[in-house]
Ligand binder design. Structure first.
Ligand SMILES: [Fe+2]
Length: 295
């Protein structure tokens, strides 16, 4: 398995960053980080300086995906591969300081967000500790989680991930959600995490390209405890507890006040060397994930 990249951070732009803070802190159990040099709010799920950056603005969507190269060689090879695949890649030292990384090069993904290939994301000043998630989150060697984008530029986005960034397909989901309504989702890995990015084929342009961002907890019971915290809010619950068919993850989904969803999970399968289970699935979940509460 090619392991050059890990999901380093996600930058989300919303008109009012404060509206997502209670969900991130009090339900998911993330911990606030230091604001970025430009003043954007940040959130941590491990020892790194930030994993979610929430900046104020009109996009109301994910605006940048930070992919952290595991070393200098991986950084250079990723840039070279992107350029060979025909993508413009621009190094930006000022943005590197804002993102608290040593180096940063930026390209534009076909789904609309920037992809920032970075190296050397800072550690936070303090070690990570979350009162609500004492067991912590699974990030070591696999990045902070995964992100799923729904796009009409589906085929171009698949090519960008695979030919441009070197991601490999884990498997795919193809099913009829309702009569005449097809769902196609392709799952891609760049390290042992089952998928770091997944792409859904959108039938038309949706208000948000970011469908969800996922945080994986080390302890199964702490997913249940997070679900209990969610239950006693008035947030939407698009999917209650369940287990995905392909990656086997035990998880639930909440809808943030900004619209995009957050998946909280535990226990996904991992990608192994010589991955040979790239096949079609025709069900999202082995069980559960029922729509529980409209937003
Ligand atoms: Fe997910």
């Amino acid at each position: 398995m090619l392991h050059r990249l890990e999901l380093g951070y996600l930058v989300i732009e919303v008109p009012d960053p404060d509206i997502v803070a209670p969900t991130l802190a009090d339900v998911v159990g993330l911990v606030p980080g230091e604001p970025t040099p430009s003043g954007a709010a940040t959130w941590r799920n491990d020892d790194r300086a930030h994993r979610l950056v929430v900046q104020a603005g009109e996009a109301n969507d994910a605006v940048a995906v930070g992919l952290e190269a595991v070393d200098h060689d991986a950084f250079e090879r990723t840039l070279a591969q992107l350029r060979t695949a025909g993508h413009d890649v621009v190094e930006d030292a000022a943005l590197a300081a804002e993102r608290r990384v040593g180096r940063l090069a930026r390209a534009t993904a076909p789904w609309g967000a920037a992809v920032e290939v970075v190296h050397d994301l800072d550690d936070a000043v303090t070690p990570f500790a979350s009162d609500l998630v004492p067991g912590g989150f699974l990030t070591n060697g696999v990045g902070f989680g995964h992100a799923v984008f729904a796009t009409t530029a589906f085929d171009e986005s698949v090519a960008f991930l695979t030919d441009g960034l070197g991601f490999e397909q884990s498997d795919w989901l193809e099913m009829e959600l309702a009569p005449g309504i097809a769902l196609e989702v392709r799952f891609f890995h760049c390290n042992a995490r089952y998928h770091t990015v997944a792409l859904a084929r959108a039938p038309f342009d949706l208000p948000q390209v970011l469908h969800h961002v996922m945080f994986e907890m080390n302890e199964r019971d702490e997913v249940g405890a997070a679900f209990d915290r969610l239950w006693f809010t008035d947030l939407g619950i698009p999917n209650g507890l369940g287990r995905h068919d392909n990656d086997g993850m035990f998880s639930f989904y909440l809808q943030t006040p900004a619209g995009f969803q957050i998946e909280v999970g535990h226990g996904a399968r991992v990608i192994t060397d010589g991955w040979d289970d790239n096949r079609r699935y025709d069900a999202i979940s082995a069980w559960g994930h029922q729509p529980l509460r409209p937003a």
